[in-house]
Design a protein around this ligand. Sequence first.
Ligand code: G3P
Length: 221
Amino acid sequence: MQLFVDSANVDEIRHAAQLGIIAGVTTNPSLLAKEDPTQPVERIIATIQEIVGGHISVEVVSTETDGMIREAEEILSWLPEATIKIPMIPAGLAAVRQLSRRDIPTNVTLVFSPTQALAAANAGASYVSVFLGRLDDIGHDGIDVLRDVAEIWDMHHMEAEIIAASVRHPMHIVEAAKAGAHIATVPYKVLMQSLTHPLTDAGLQAFLRDAAKRQQRSVTV
Ligand code: G3P
């Protein structure tokens, strides 16, 4: 399962990219709203593209098909490699259909059920983003939904890639991988949490202590 970072923050993305663990970036309007308002979105996205060079999802904010297509064209005019992120609403499905006929990759976002995932894939989505944390927030089990989607995908050989989104903690990454997601898009903070283990830190401290002791002994001998 590939990892994307779910962020529009250039410093976070640069660090995650340096570690070599991410294959792409997903952004959304809420993530972009946290960044410097004096920077145009296209400049932020261009910087992210320079840093990562892989998948970048950029979301439209229109709620009508024609507006989504116009926005997609604008995004592609400054980033031809962009994947256009489209909300899972009927107008969005029509936009996905039109864009997929033009071989433009799309990521259908705000997917909360297997029927939504199926509709998005049938409309021609390249990616479907199943939201885990927001389902958990309302007392549903996001991983159960993801598991159902993955089972349907396997049974029917669906082509769209499943992205586990709205990831809130490292166990979501593990459960998403076990459930069959192709990609997990993970906030920077959770990505960093997922790399640490207290036994790694304690083990490293012991190795460093022992290495220093040996060095000291070799100096005094
Ligand atoms: O980018 C879409 C998704 O990952 C957002 O997550 O934490 O706002 O539910 P969250």
